[in-house]
Write a protein that binds this ligand. Structure first.
Ligand code: LLP
Length: 387
């Protein structure tokens, strides 16, 4: 991914910084269009994964909608040019202010997660004499086989309405004249590598759909959320996730009615592999059992290893020396501020550059100024002079 020319130009920039390869992003988007949109599926990009203007512009131009989880994300997506009727508003805890922000626009749908939320939304919509399109987020109790912190579809998770409560909620909705039920929403987790779980989800949705065949409600859309994982271990070999099989699974296993649209909320799989965090080695030192490479990026720029024990590939950009074993650690005063332990890298010295790969999703957006650190900048392929 990194040509010598590019690395030479990296050496003039203040580190750490995020680097986004727009070619990888474009190629990923093309594959989503080829296997997903061409089947008539609607894709909402989950802004929570990355909300940089230049990234959003590419995604918008490709015809994606947006998936927002806060008032801030709604305003951001409107500013970026997404059409309100392609914006889904999800979230287990929408504040009154955020509900009012959502109501300003005629959104594709509010994805609602509890009866109390329905009641509050109906109240605010009524005050403004508006009708709101809603989808019910259902907790299907399907195991996503991913890290427990990003598993969302199990019965003990805080998300969604338990599927067994759905009939009762459907009766209750009749009391809310300002809500127009248009769909069902699901999201069982993130960084899902075992595609089989999407088949299980489809089967579960098929069972739930029969509830609606008996009622007068016609659901115009099914939203299966996001969750498709990326290959953190081999970011170059598998730069583009397996969208072909992912979309095919839904086509084969989900029984859509002929009047129904299928929607997705993809985040990580769209942008994960296009971003890297470029960092400089500040110091090297020998520990008792390993060598430390202390770099200038920390959990402030990339919290995923500290929070989810994520292992991002680390690449030495400016060293071709023989390999040594390293723990690659940040400067923050916490032992969790460790990117990798016991990995082999070409021997590095003070000043060498490293790339921490697969940071396009949930990297920059989750960064903080803990320790009063300055926020890292972002650069894009077309900021550089390349042959
Ligand atoms: N839809 C809903 C309702 C969601 O909660 C999420 C992600 C998505 C869509 C997008 O999921 P994706 O396609 O990106 O898997 N910070 C964590 C990931 C948190 C995911 C939260 N929800 C991480 O760095 O792994």
């Amino acid at each position: 991914m990194f040509h010598l020319d590019l690395i030479r130009q990296f050496q003039n920039l203040k580190t750490p910084f995020f680097f986004y390869d727009l070619n990888t992003l474009n190629q990923t988007i093309e594959v989503i269009r080829e296997y997903g949109m061409s089947r008539g599926y609607s894709i909402h990009f989950a802004l929570k994964a990355n909300n940089n203007d230049r990234i959003l512009k590419r995604i918008l131009d490709a015809g994606f909608g947006a998936d927002c989880v806060s008032g801030g994300e709604i305003e951001k997506s409107i500013e970026a040019g997404f059409s309100p009727d392609q914006i889904a508003f999800a979230g287990v805890g929408k504040s009154d202010e955020e509900i009012l922000t959502g109501l300003k626009y005629n959104l594709f749908s509010f994805n609602c997660e509890s009866v109390q939320e329905l009641e509050v939304l109906n109240h605010f919509a009524g005050q403004q004499n508006k009708n709101v399109r809603i989808a019910l987020r259902v907790n299907p109790d399907v195991e996503a086989k991913t890290h427990k912190y990003i598993t969302t579809g199990l019965q003990d998770n805080k998300f969604g309405i338990p599927s067994e409560n759905l009939p009762g909620v459907l009766d209750k909705i009749k009391e809310y004249p300002h809500l127009n039920l248009t769909g069902l929403h699901f999201h069982i987790g993130s960084q899902i590598m075992n595609l089989d779980v999407f088949r299980e989800l489809s089967v579960k949705i098929n069972q739930l759909q029969s509830l609606f065949d008996e009622k007068e409600n016609q659901l115009r859309h099914i939203n299966v959320g996001g969750g498709l994982g990326i290959d953190y271990a081999e970011p170059d070999r598998a730069a583009i996730p397996d969208f072909q099989n992912y979309f095919r699974l839904f086509e084969e296993h989900l029984d859509l009615r002929d009047y129904q649209e299928l929607h997705f909320e993809l985040g990580r799989s769209v942008v994960g592999q296009c971003g890297s965090l470029i960092t400089k080695v500040l110091f090297t030192k020998e520990g008792r059992n390993t060598n430390f490479a202390v770099v200038d990026a920390g959990m402030t720029e990339l919290i995923r290893p500290a929070l989810y024990q994520a292992r991002h590939t680390v690449e030495a950009l400016t060293s071709t020396r023989p390999e040594k074993q390293y723990d690659v650690v940040g400067p923050i005063c916490e032992t969790s501020d460790t990117f990798r332990t016991g990995i082999l890298l070409p021997e590095v010295e003070r000043g060498d550059l490293l790339a921490i790969r697969s940071c396009g999703a949930y990297g920059q957006v989750m960064s903080s100024d803990y320790n009063l650190r300055e926020r890292a900048k972002a650069y894009y392929t077309d900021d550089f002079d390349l042959e």
